[in-house]
Design a protein around this ligand. Sequence first.
Ligand SMILES: Nc1nc2c(ncn2[C@@H]2O[C@H](COP(=O)(O)OP(=O)(O)O)[C@@H](O)[C@H]2O)c(=O)[nH]1
Ligand SMILES: [Mg+2]
Length: 356
Amino acid sequence: MQIGIAGLPGSGKTTLFNALAHQHAHVGGYAGAEPNLAVVKVPDERLDKLSALFQPVKHTPAEVRFVDVAGVAKGMGQESSAAVLAHLRTVDVLLQVIGAFGSGRDAAADFEDFSLELQLADLSQIEKRVDRLEKELRLGSKGTPAERAAKERELTVLQRLRPVLEAGQPARTVTLDPEETKSVASFGFLTLKPTLVVLNLADDQDGAAALAAMQQLTAEVPLTSALALPGKLEMELGELDPSEREEFMQALGIEGSELGGVTTEAYRLADLISFFTAGDDECRAWTIRSGTNAQDAAGEIHSDLARGFIRAEVIRWDKLLEAGSEAAAKKHGWVRQEGKSYTVADGDVLHVLFNV
Ligand SMILES: Nc1nc2c(ncn2[C@@H]2O[C@H](COP(=O)(O)OP(=O)(O)O)[C@@H](O)[C@H]2O)c(=O)[nH]1
Ligand SMILES: [Mg+2]
């Protein structure tokens, strides 16, 4: 999964990036055109327990890639903001960071302002593409009938999204079917992405009221939710070694880091789940979209497994642990034989049988 970190300048994006990805990127300075990138292993207790059982040669958690871009604000010019936001077009989820620390801040206004920047970026892409598609379709000639039909489909979707953005709403307020989603996927529209608003609080700030107000705003937008955390404190906690951290947290009276909640919520918003493969050679977590069938899930592991798919032996991770081994699980009758179209569930352990 890829998570993009976006927001107004000075909202604490790079601070949060450092906290989430255990990095030391420069905070508070001028952010250049190049984004900060980092890949982080996703902690998963289920996988840890499978590895404790199998003692595999390799333990391979899922990975999240974080992309921290420069701030974008009103008046910085369409071209430079487009260049910054272009780095976010391939991410699965947007974190919209809102600086709620310090005085004189208005989280609701910041949310609206930055959302508007995203809408304008999408709208400008749509306008260019619609002009071009209309011209091409008018001139006719080029392309096969199938290509022409694809262009017409794309144009129809863009024309549905356009007035919504013009009215100041994000594109994700429009319900697209899978076919329609696919026809505009290559644009990577920012306001189509599931969005997690992160209220970045001061160390000692009680953010409950601010969060409740923000959650009221995000509840009105599909695929959007909000949480609050003290970004700078989280970053500083992450820089301590474990014993110091324990002491520090006790002194401040905090229970633990909130950062895990960011990734968990991002998975939920993006409709992503995990399945596992487990054996003596490797225990590994795989990330798929919920609703993925066994054959496509097998294809995540290797294209040969999808091509030559025969069936999958499936057991829930906790039943496998309870059984203590694959052989024992089979004896109990807990291992199911599933075909290509089986919908893989979160926490399934798959053993794919294939023949190529
Ligand atoms: N007090 C406080 N200051 C913060 C927090 N997050 C960021 N800052 C400060 O805000 C400034 C900008 O932070 P930075 O992470 O670079 O923001 P960015 O421009 O959004 O990447 C820096 O001086 C940070 O120290 C926070 O949670 N609490
Ligand atoms: Mg920054």
